[in-house]
Design a protein around this ligand. Sequence first.
Ligand SMILES: Cc1cc2nc3c(=O)[nH]c(=O)nc-3n(C[C@H](O)[C@H](O)[C@H](O)COP(=O)(O)OP(=O)(O)OC[C@H]3O[C@@H](n4cnc5c(N)ncnc54)[C@H](O)[C@@H]3O)c2cc1C
Ligand SMILES: NC(=O)c1ccc[n+]([C@@H]2O[C@H](COP(=O)([O-])OP(=O)(O)OC[C@H]3O[C@@H](n4cnc5c(N)ncnc54)[C@H](O)[C@@H]3O)[C@@H](O)[C@H]2O)c1
Ligand code: SF4
Ligand code: FES
Length: 813
Amino acid sequence: MADRKKLVLVGNGMAGVRAIEHLIKLAPDAYSITIFGAEPHPNYNRIMLSSVLAGGTDIKDIVINDWDWYSDNHIQLHAGHTVTKIDTKRKKVYSQQGIEVDYDVLVIATGSNPFMLPLPGANKEGVIGFRDIRDTEIMQETSQKYKKAAVIGGGLLGLEAARGLLNLGMDVSVVHINGILMNRELDEPAARMLQRELEAQGMKFLLSKQSAAITGRRRAKALQFADGSEVEADLVVMAVGIRPNIELAKASGIEVNRGIVVDDFMRTNVPDVYAVGECAEHRGIAYGLVAPLYEQGAVLAKLLAGVETAGYEGSVTSTKLKVSGVDVFSAGQFSEGPGTRALRIQDDVAGTYKKIVIKNGKLVGAVLFGDTADGAELFSIMKKGESIEGKEKELLLGFSPAAGGGGSSPASRLEAMADDEIVCGCNGVSKGDIADAVLNKGCNTLASIKGCTKASASCGGCKPQVEGLLKLYAGDAAGVPVKEGICGCTEHSRDEIVAAIKEMRLMSVKEVMNVMEWKNEEGCTKCRPSLNYYLGMLWPAEYKDQKESRFTNERYHANIQKDGTYSVVPRVYGGVTTPADLIKIATVAEKYDVPMVKFTGGQRLDLLGVKKEDLPKIWEELDMPSGHAYGKTLRTVKTCVGNTFCRFGTQDSIGMGIRMEKAYERMTAPAKVKLAVSGCPRNCAEATIKDLGVVAIDGAWELHVGGNGGIHVRATELLCVVKTEDEVMEWSSAYLQYYRENATWNERTAQWIERVGLDHVKKALEKREDRLALVERLEKTLSYTTDPWKEIVENKELRKNFEQLSGAQPVQG
Ligand SMILES: Cc1cc2nc3c(=O)[nH]c(=O)nc-3n(C[C@H](O)[C@H](O)[C@H](O)COP(=O)(O)OP(=O)(O)OC[C@H]3O[C@@H](n4cnc5c(N)ncnc54)[C@H](O)[C@@H]3O)c2cc1C
Ligand SMILES: NC(=O)c1ccc[n+]([C@@H]2O[C@H](COP(=O)([O-])OP(=O)(O)OC[C@H]3O[C@@H](n4cnc5c(N)ncnc54)[C@H](O)[C@@H]3O)[C@@H](O)[C@H]2O)c1
Ligand code: SF4
Ligand code: FES
């Protein structure tokens, strides 16, 4: 190590560490490396903070290089250390915590800071930017206590923040200074379509508004505007752009302008000092997206490794908004200017819009709304700068034959692409990397390529191209079928796994992984619980449930709350309770100081804030069955009053609902299952947004399936109309068992029916003998189930184990 040069990196973020990754590959023995990072985390994917906030991803899943990576590569990491001074003469850096390190080569990659509008009141509690893990946590925490949020800035970051806050249950107003959203990426028609779509999702907009002050005592209470109006806001998120973080460089005498000024090889004006990432300004531009920063990092790594390289010449950029349910893409020069021509196509019925901008016979910009499948292809054509003369209309109509277009075939385009061309800008993955994953590392599914290279793991914009390359290398030509594995640990699909478990009578998670040659021996949080479910579904009598493969809530038989306490929800069949049960609940709540007792949307009582150690005692004293308010099981059967009391009622909805709840109360399923029974078509139990909804009509019952009332609301579809309660049970059991046997783990009935189609389900259930066989299998399964609370309460060993389990590392869910 002694003859290695000393390299110090300031900034443990996306651009700097990416350059180091390259450097280590090119010249593993050339440098002894020290990294300073002001954040107390290993290097993580900042892009994915939007997904973390929206609830789709866990913080631990966005780590790019974990702690081990640093030690494995002999990198000295000072996480949580801010560098405060650089002495470029003595070649030393100094950290706030008093560490002093010599360098031969210094790389500055300090990123940007969010621009905080200097409004009166901007220093109040509840006013933040959206840049790092801490900001994300603050938003998550705030949403538990407060309900009103204002996001200033209707750009990419503001809209992604607003979507996340909506998912967290906040009432969100986006305040934008411009008259149209994403004015830096979209033209007016696309921006208006975007606004309509987001309004339908529940976002509110205050456009052309100039923020003037934040009011409130200690904490923000409202945001006031220059026109005198205001909006209530307990949380104000500023997303009005970023400023390169140049203070350290400036104070050290390094030349700065908007960013740290660098040449085509990322050299600053001071010898042996380089800058990459958002803090760097190259040919007058400081970029704010990862793709160009990764390109800069690649050039710097080659230079430092002594590998010949062309200089960095600047980048054309593209963006894709990461808000689920909305597809927006923008690239290059999206608005018309001198010497440009634009072609547009707008379909208000389908809700799609596409515009391409042409200059000197070349594609220079594009905006897509509603269908962004062509984005990656258009961007590739744009970057190559090839002539599109004579092909403009085809490009506008799209690449898919279904769209009526032709363009030049994407397959031949992919084939012609150079190996080092970047396909996934977010993760810096080239065509060559994907070829290597498919041809040499055995990846032949999108999931395994994602697992191996990270391509398509962030914004997803490159997915069509990654799929195209997968087909090119592993598809028809190679004779290997292209299929989707259930996760990055395996190439096997759900159906293959279920078939193998059946045929080979596999009986444990480990056995399945072993026989089916899992790439990752331990599996992951996706495959372990799904295998556990498939095994339990196929072998209800023989399979012993693997508690450690279940999510936290299912292991503790209670829902974990944000403060680490639990919630206890006893079963209340059909929402009908008794004075005796209410007394038991009240007594237990008082005895154990339960901070809150709340009615749930599923017509039962939730004891919130219960300490983990009190759980078995509370279950014992309640002496009521578990309501399974956690886990992938039957949750509730909501009922209306029905004909027992209601003058409109045509049937006994309460009786029907209780019968169903008693029958299915311990049924596990691929995902949670909610039922409802209404006594007449007025449908007070909201049966038509349930997984299975039963609605009484004159002399008969309608069975509705595949509904959902959550984030993606979906109305049910009518499965059948039957006359008797017994027939309701027969069809319901058959339908639920068919779903249990055929859906993918974690797939709600709504998604499942959308995927397979109602006709498929109807056909599977149309013959009585098939229905009865399904009913028999469900009944057999249910006959092996027991009440989990009772089991723990009555079994000393389990009770003890349960206590021990408390200390174990849970699978996050
Ligand atoms: C929520 C969100 C979503 C985004 N989504 C996208 C997207 O979809 N697509 C896209 O292309 N881009 C996206 N971006 C932008 C992208 O994350 C950035 O362009 C990228 O992270 C910049 O990388 P960087 O290394 O230059 O800076 P950073 O990743 O910010 O890293 C800089 C690091 O340096 C540290 N640091 C600063 N000063 C010091 C010091 N003096 N001493 C020690 N350490 C220091 C900082 O703490 C930071 O950890 C998003 C950004 C955010 C916040
Ligand atoms: N999906 C993605 O690619 C993605 C997602 C998030 C962030 N990012 C990047 O992160 C960086 C920060 O994002 P950003 O959205 O904050 O920056 P931005 O500069 O892209 O957008 C800021 C927006 O705020 C508006 N604005 C400016 N001053 C305002 C004011 N006083 N009141 C209301 N609105 C005002 C601007 O008109 C602009 O539309 C950017 O570089 C962005 O590209 C990218
Ligand atoms: S759904 Fe019909 S029967 Fe049930 S409460 Fe409403 S009106 Fe009465
Ligand atoms: S380009 Fe964003 S994930 Fe690939």
